[in-house]
Design a protein around this ligand. Structure first.
Ligand code: AMP
Length: 601
């Protein structure tokens, strides 16, 4: 789909934060941005202070921080109230003997208690590790074990379904903090406490932990091609990037009503569904419900949302609901729309212009970068299909790849940037504040991400003559399905648990709604002659039970000859080639994701 550039000079209803992109890139520095946050005496910094308490200190305590849309109720929480509640949570952690640096996990939907828990944990100097509530027991267990979680905020129902089956395998986990109202019998849950009761006993005053910029704040789990999930370590000093990226890329202002549709179980839902917006002192919508096109439009209209940060899968689902539905609602309050997580197809940009009357601004980042790195800005022209230009303070490059398909240093130790228009690995010059500081306990895996002063993203991209970046695909085999990053190895391992399975290879295949759909190719052990239909049903059920619906394969195909390297490793790229009907020799065409339709626009 060929689309012309969207010129922005005449398109702005409000003076945007970033008016002159080129000038800002010259003048901006991360050192000078430190002035945008308050900090703590003696050079300290604490994310929760910047997100909550400082607004109270500056006289905005009465401003609504969270507007929580429950299934039946609506609750507004002001900054002052949030400060008090997060203090009680921090005190509760102390009363349980949970120390700074120790890890508190969550496995719960978007209820107010989750937000109190995240910010309260950060106030206490402990580390928060959010999990996606659609994960099954296996992904939950792996992550809690890697992070040595001592406490988990969850509900009794989620606990019984997803934690109880693997509780014995998580020896560090002592405290289960239930968000349910007290009343039900929870004696089957070892270490269970009702948060309402626990918090009611605590003081609303708390001496904030004097965290430093390099102290660990959050653990975000992400998946690689092989091995266990990786726990990306983030620090309190990242908050300056959360503030700055919200300012530049999402055009946040203190009077905004802002809605990020991502779940805090993933990094977008924490960085931009909790921290960044609150550092701006605005009012944030927290919607407990799952996707529903009518309710979403109603939420935008009734709550006068001005800035909306969402994802391509959600936009495609709204597109499917038809333009008439959107027309039933007054969406005139919406000033700025941004999207992240997967390629934003140009059709979605056209839909945004036609149906919402607004440009959808694609931006790019990942778990490891902690914040938005490349974006389309309110005042800059948009080339539909491009993810935009690097943030002020960020240097992005497209690096030449070696034989393995990843950027590689030459014999002189240096990498080479490819010319405009050529595909290479997307890389970022190291040193921005929200960059991850480690993969927990995996130094080698971390070190492999860096070469010659660049952080290698694992994505393939190209840059055009105007300096805009275009996403091409992944350089590795990880899968992006409905915006969620899934490691094929995790899925393969669970399929292999069935004694009838000899081998499994898992890939993402293109899907019109989810971007990619998880498909498994399975070879069976000799002599297994079960009815394929029944076997497929049983394997699917097993995978869904162990992994949860977000991670389990949607499709299973039985195949006797899975393509392998000489050393016996399954070649997922060749599976992909087969699936797409591409010649197996031509691996260059196998990069995931659509090729931008409008390079020359
Ligand atoms: P995660 O770490 O789960 O946030 O996933 C990050 C990955 O999502 C990136 O490395 C990309 O592969 C993909 N991604 C994020 N934003 C975009 C975007 N705007 N366009 C295309 N892919 C994206």
């Amino acid at each position: 789909m060929e689309l012309p550039v969207i010129r922005k000079s005449a398109d702005l209803s409000v003076e945007p934060n970033l008016r002159e992109y080129a000038a800002a890139c010259k003048t901006f520095s991360w050192d000078s941005a430190q002035e945008w946050i308050d900090g703590l005496p003696g050079g300290g910094v604490n994310i929760a202070y910047e997100a909550v308490d400082r607004h109270v200190v500056h006289g905005r305590g009465d401003h609504v921080a969270l507007r929580c849309l429950g299934k039946q109720t609506q609750t507004d929480i002001t900054y002052a109230e949030l400060a008090r509640r997060t203090n009680t949570f921090a005190n509760a952690l102390r009363s349980l003997g949970i120390e700074p640096g120790q890890r508190v996990f969550s496995l719960v939907g978007r209820v107010p208690a989750l937000y109190v828990a995240i910010l309260g944990t950060l106030k206490a100097g402990s580390v928060f590790a959010p999990l996606f509530s659609a994960f099954g027991p296996e992904p939950v267990k792996q992550r809690v074990v890697i992070g040595s979680g001592v406490a988990m905020v969850t509900s009794a129902a989620l606990y019984r379904k997803k934690v109880a089956p693997v509780r014995d395998e998580m020896p560090t986990l002592q405290h289960i903090l239930l968000v349910d109202e007290p009343g039900d019998d929870v004696s089957d849950i070892p270490g269970a406490l009702h948060l309402t009761e626990l918090l009611a006993e605590q003081s609303e005053e708390f001496d904030l932990a004097q965290t430093g910029p390099e102290d660990m704040s959050l653990l975000h789990f992400t998946s690689g091609t092989t091995g266990t999930p990786k726990a990306a370590v983030h620090v309190h000093g990242a908050v300056v990037a959360h503030y700055a990226t919200g300012h530049f890329a999402l055009d946040l202002h203190a009077e905004d009503i802002y809605w990020c549709t991502a779940d805090p179980g993933w990094v977008t839902g924490t960085s931009y569904g909790v921290i960044s917006p609150l550092t701006h002192g605005l009012t944030m919508i927290v919607d407990e419900g799952e996707f529903d096109a009518r309710r979403w439009y109603r939420t935008l209209a009734e709550h006068h949302v001005s800035v909306w940060y969402t994802a391509p899968t959600a936009i495609r689902m709204l597109m499917r609901a038809g333009p008439e539905l959107a027309k039933e609602y007054d969406l005139s309050s919406v000033r700025f729309v941004a999207s992240v997580g997967e390629p934003l197809n140009p059709e979605a940009v056209v839909w945004g212009r036609e149906v919402l009357g607004l440009t959808i601004h694609d931006n790019w980042w990942q778990t490891e970068t902690g914040g938005i790195m490349i974006a389309n800005y309110a005042a800059c022209d948009v080339y539909p299909g491009s993810m935009g230009q690097p943030m002020p303070g960020i240097t992005a490059g497209v690096l030449q790849r070696g034989e393995e398909g990843r950027a590689q240093a030459g014999p002189d130790g240096h990498v080479v940037e490819v010319p405009a228009g050529e595909i290479g690995e997307l890389a970022l010059r190291t040193g921005w504040p929200s960059m991850f500081r480690a993969y927990l306990d995996e130094e080698q895996r971390y070190n492999k991400c860096f070469v010659d002063g660049w952080y290698l993203t694992g994505d393939l991209a190209k840059r055009d003559e105007n300096g805009y970046f275009w996403f091409i695909g992944r350089a590795d085999d990880v899968i992006k399905t409905a915006g969620h990053l899934i490691g094929p190895f995790e899925v393969e391992s669970v399929l292999m648990e069935d004694p009838r399975v000899a081998e499994a290879g898992v890939i993402g295949v293109p899907d019109p709604m989810m971007g990619e759909r998880i498909k498994a190719f399975v070879s069976l052990k000799p002599g297994v002659d079960d009815d394929p239909k029944t076997l497929r049903r049983e394997l699917t059920a097993h995978a869904r039970r162990r992994l949860g619906p977000a991670v389990a394969p949607r499709e299973i195909e039985f195949s006797d000859n899975l393509p392998k390297t000489r050393s016996g490793k399954i070649m997922r790229r060749l599976l992909r080639a087969r699936e797409l009907g591409l010649p197996e020799g031509d691996l260059s065409t196998l990069e995931t994701g659509p090729v931008p339709a409008n390079e020359e626009a």
